[in-house]
Design a protein around this ligand. Sequence first.
Ligand code: FES
Length: 188
Amino acid sequence: MESTTAPVKPQFSEAAKAEIARLLTHYPDDRKKSALLPLLHIAQAEFGGWVSPKVQDLVAETLGLKPIEVYEVSSFYTMFNLKPVGKHVLEICRTGPCMLRGSDELTANLERITGAKVGETSPDGMFTLKEVECLAACGTAPIVQVREKYYEQLDSPEAVDAMLNELRNMVHRPLLPWEQTGLQHTQQ
Ligand code: FES
């Protein structure tokens, strides 16, 4: 039977609205469009770690943009997820130095252990695997970024297990951008 309930339009929380208002004070009135990237980060944190077309439409409406202007940006940057993700998004660096230090093997191990291929979410909804380019921590390659945390020197099965166990046991609430305090580094 066809549902007669209208789809719910997403809305920013009051905390997010206040942050957006504060953020927009940093931009001239005719340059609000430049706040698009931080707004997409806020939207992604607010709406479960990904930005659906409706959420992107909300961002467009908030900034007075055409939806296509938001879609063009969100689909360009790998940090924005365009489909639902698991509890933890594992961003695996695949650029030269990490590759030379075993990122291919790391990816294969993560796929085997989680049951998800790159670009997919594990059947238990715990992990989404993504490949990304250099994360600027080449000296401690190979590395995986999970939100604000870098897991480094993941060059042994034990190191991979330690990371996954820590993530499985983590009581996690996505931090909104203004709650984040910067990157943390963990060498396994
Ligand atoms: S190549 Fe992986 S952090 Fe630079």
